[in-house]
Design a protein. Structure first.
Length: 323
């Protein structure tokens, strides 16, 4: 089994602390065998105070980080005066125990810990949208993306905040074992297998009046039209809005421009087809609306770092149903 170690720091937020064991602990193989072992530890093996009115008793100290294949840091209450305050000596020592090649994951503001340790220098990273500007000022060498739910830079991954930790853990299950396993985990946990949009959709903004038209119906219509070109004007006409009004309302509701949203939907459709069908790459490109295999290759590589052929080889076998 793949060992996931969750490092609980003083003032940890209980909800985020529970995400890894809930998501990874639910993932099973074809015969029901668990695919992950999840261990929770503190830096010294002693109980950890949470942000709530209770403490958490853990069964392990930082020594289990030595055996981690994935290390997850949930967020915790911290009001530092400087970047160095995010990395007390015991926490730095615990991080140094992580084996070479192991993954390290932060949820929400735990990204500050990774940044303070220098693990995010020159890398893409995210944190809670409300802290993004402060995060960038505090760690100018980090390539902060405040518009995404999570980032994946190979062995270093960051989630934006709270429930986006669920999104990132599901992404890792999908990366490790394919969409079939990740989708089953999502169903059992009663959460969506993936969420469209980004953090922008959660930023404070006026709530539309009940009579205000939305872009929801048009998005559903567009999902049924992905195999052909769809113009912005066509989307606006379907929504019975001007292009300008539609674009503004779409971004307010989804957190993405219509064009970027369409591109994401095409990539997701292409991934499903590559995983679950024997269609040739050219046909997948056509069905997903990319037109050519070269265009599909460009978009898929940009999104997840794999060509269509590499993606199919990586995930198809994992999704195959045993005889």
């Amino acid at each position: 089994m793949h060992r996931v170690v969750v490092l609980a720091l003083h003032g940890v937020y209980p909800f985020e602390l529970s995400i890894p064991v809930r998501i990874f602990g639910t993932a099973t193989g074809p015969d029901g065998e668990p695919l992950y072992e999840v261990l929770t530890c503190s830096v010294d093996g002693r109980p950890v105070a949470t942000s709530a009115d209770f403490a958490v008793a853990v069964q392990h100290g930082a020594e289990v980080v030595d055996t981690a294949q994935t290390l997850v840091l949930p967020p915790f209450v911290c009001e530092p005066t400087g970047a160095e305050d995010w990395l007390p000596a015991p926490v730095a020592a615990a991080l140094r125990r992580l084996p070479p090649g192991a993954r390290i994951v932060s949820i929400c503001t735990a990204s500050y810990v990774l940044a303070a340790a220098g693990l995010l220098d020159g890398r893409p990273a995210t944190t809670h949208w409300n802290n993004a500007e402060h995060f960038q000022r505090t760690f100018p060498n980090v390539n902060v993306d405040a518009d995404v739910l999570f980032t994946d830079d190979g062995e270093v991954l960051t989630a934006a905040g709270v429930a986006s930790g669920v999104d990132l853990c599901l992404h890792l299950v999908r990366r490790d074992h394919g969409s079939a396993v990740a989708n089953r985990v999502a169903r059992l946990c009663v959460v969506p297998p993936w969420r469209e949009g980004g953090q922008a959709q959660f930023i404070d903004r006026p709530v539309p009046e009940p009579t205000t038209a939305t872009t929801s119906d048009t998005r559903q219509w567009a999902l049924a039209q992905l195999s052909r070109p769809i113009t912005l004007g066509e989307l606006a006409r379907h929504a019975r809005m001007s292009v300008r009004t539609f674009s503004r309302r779409f971004r307010a509701e989804v957190g993405l421009t219509p064009g970027r949203w369409l591109s994401r939907q095409r990539v997701e459709l292409a991934r499903r087809l590559l995983e679950t069908t024997d269609l040739a790459v050219d046909r997948v490109a056509t069905e997903a609306g990319f037109g050519t295999a070269a265009s599909l290759r460009h978009h898929l590589t940009s999104a997840i770092g794999l060509s269509p052929t590499e993606y199919r080889q990586t995930f198809r076998a994992r999704n195959a149903t045993p005889a």
